[in-house]
Design a protein around this ligand. Structure first.
Ligand SMILES: Cc1ncc(COP(=O)(O)O)c(C=O)c1O
Length: 317
């Protein structure tokens, strides 16, 4: 087996990100609750995509790519961070985004404008149309290009969160539970695989903020990422738990999610977002209410970023 830190990777973020206790929330909820600050990952406004991009763009550089394509919704944090990473590396980002969500110059659209990014919208719900368009544009520009899938969620990108699990294991505090948002699957798959390798006492819980078949997606990504590490592991659905926190729909704020955003802000001065981390934290609160965490068990919440989205979506007053 190869250690995740032996694989080719560029340095884009500021790692390790801090882990600290949420003192007020712990007292309020009767939990031993901690947070992993991947919102402070050091590129753009921070967030989980930086870890994936370190592996993906290392491959792009090795292949000699000058252009980097990716996709997502209009307010994709992943697309914005891919553009920031490409700028950092002197590559040219081109974003071909679904014309869904807030396309006005707010949130991540504003940040992309500030970076002078070529953003194109396609009125489609089918990523196959977008991937074909990436090839058409890439070939017409006559430069070597690299395509990153939606959310950076392929096996290579997922290694970023295997590396995160390794990082947590070396930060000196043990956790019984680790809770994260699951949107395209790479973060959760990487953490679940990384927990098997580096955090054997930690249960990983994914809070689904979309309606895709996440059990299947997570298992596939875990197995493909394990293959990249030559790790012979028995991977099954028992390696993680999933909870539906999508509410009214992907990228549509939910009442519980918005309440969780407010609770974190009011008690700890930390900003979650209404699309991913707010809904994920609402899932953690629901688990706590149901008694899923035994007394004395330490719980870690992954703050995966999303600040751009906070300034795009209208929340209830
Ligand atoms: C802020 C934030 N948190 C969590 C996620 C979910 O991560 P993943 O797409 O790897 O499931 C995303 C990505 O879509 C995100 O932007």
């Amino acid at each position: 087996m190869r250690e995740v830190n032996e694989l080719p990777r560029l340095r884009l973020g500021l790692f390790p990100t801090p882990i600290h206790k949420l003192e007020h929330l712990s007292a309020l909820l009767g939990l031993d609750l901690w947070i992993k600050r991947d919102d402070l990952s050091g590129l753009g406004l921070g967030g989980n995509k930086v870890r994936k991009l370190e592996f993906l763009l290392a491959e792009a550089k090795t292949q000699g790519a000058e252009l980097v394509f990716t996709t997502g919704g209009a307010q994709s944090n992943h697309a914005m961070l891919t553009a920031a990473a490409a700028r950092r590396l002197g590559m040219t980002p081109i974003l071909i985004l679904k014309q869904r969500g807030v396309t006005a110059c707010r949130g991540n659209q504003l940040l992309e404008k500030l970076m002078g990014v070529d953003v194109r919208f396609m009125d489609t719900d089918d990523y196959a149309d977008i991937y074909a368009e990436k090839d058409r544009v890439g070939q017409s520009l006559g430069k070597a290009y690299y395509k990153i899938p939606c959310g950076g969620s392929n096996a290579l990108g997922s290694l970023g969160y295997v590396a995160c699990a390794r990082e947590i294991a070396r930060q000196g505090v043990d956790f019984a539970h680790l809770v994260c948002a699951e949107g395209s699957g790479g973060t959760m798959a990487g953490l679940a695989l990384g927990a098997k390798l580096y955090l054997p006492g930690t249960k990983v819980h994914g809070m689904m903020v979309d309606t895709d078949p996440f059990e299947e997606i997570t298992l596939r990504l875990m197995r493909e990422a394990a293959a990249l590490l030559d790790a012979k592991l028995d991977i099954s659905a028992a390696d993680f738990s999933l909870r539906d926190m999508c509410g009214p729909g992907y990228a549509i704020p939910s009442t519980e999610g918005d309440e969780a955003v407010r609770l974190m802000a009011e008690t700890e001065g930390i900003f979650l977002d209404p699309v991913y981390t707010g809904k994920a934290f609402a899932g953690l609160l629901a688990m706590a209410k149901e008694g899923a965490f035994a007394p004395g068990e330490r719980v870690l919440f992954l703050h995966s970023g999303g600040a751009g989205g906070l300034f795009a979506v209208d929340m209830e007053d």
